[in-house]
Ligand binder design. Sequence first.
Ligand SMILES: Nc1ncnc2c1ncn2[C@@H]1O[C@H](COP(=O)(O)OP(=O)(O)OP(=O)(O)O)[C@@H](O)[C@H]1O
Ligand SMILES: [Mg+2]
Length: 304
Amino acid sequence: MSESAVEARRLVKRFGEKTVVDGIDLRVPRGGCFGLLGPNGAGKTTTIRMILGHSPPNAGELTVLGEPMPVAGRRVRARIGVVPQEDNLDPDFTVMENLRVYASYFPHLDREPLEPFLMSLLDFVALADRAGERIQSLSGGMRRRLVIARALVNDPEMLILDEPTTGLDPQIRHLIWARLRELRNRGTTVLLTTHYMEEAERLCDRLAIIDHGRILAEDSPRRLVAAEVESNVIEVRIGPGVSPPVELVRHARLEVVDGVWHCHTDDPREVLEVLRNSPDLEYLHRPANLEDVFLRLTGRELRD
Ligand SMILES: Nc1ncnc2c1ncn2[C@@H]1O[C@H](COP(=O)(O)OP(=O)(O)OP(=O)(O)O)[C@@H](O)[C@H]1O
Ligand SMILES: [Mg+2]
């Protein structure tokens, strides 16, 4: 059995003249949670569509669960669970009917009797009491949880989630994180995309940061922070007409963002000393995080 869940070499996808995935090398290990992080339009969904065999690459090699893609698409998809970026539940059916119809796509499903198994999936995502309800009556968070339950119907070896928690409240987000951790601990490979740094930092064992169809960095969240940015950030709020102390520049890499000076440094002592002598400046001292890495690598320009 191959050790990688996904192995991509020099993978390319073009739409007309535009190269959307630009020769990426990607290895998603089996087991564990792997995150794809990138701004809007970076190529995350396109990459996932190639992994699922829904969109053939223009060049490169791709192996998923040890099988060549896209030729083995159908066989591979039977072993994967998918949570697409947009919920695609059938609005004419109830919660349970949605699962039942989906289960019928997997004729070899080794789950008899089926009904208690489907009920256990609803229970897993805290929807057991909604089994008979129509999709229209569900909140966004309930729909998202139902799509996750549906993705588990075929007992997948790998679960692929495209922005699983976008637009959801913190309570539901925490529930989804807990469930994804549980699945990972049971040995399911989890591959997700996200715009939330906190989600990536909490869930992912490894991450790839992707922009303009290229992978800019790939490692564990902690090692990315250690390797890509200074360990301390001191944010200084500069009021109108206040000129910041010039000494700051000497002791830190400075970045001005919307009237806030970000001082990036491995040794914050000098900066803090300067600020202590400037009582009219408000500041916040914090450890560097994944968002600092993300913004350092992908820049601050707006994407759409
Ligand atoms: N079928 C298509 N035809 C033409 N262009 C496409 C098609 N699908 C995607 N693109 C373009 O490819 C680029 C990457 O899109 P993709 O959906 O992969 O980005 P993403 O990283 O998932 O972004 P988001 O975070 O907004 O979901 C975008 O510029 C998009 O407009
Ligand atoms: Mg996307």
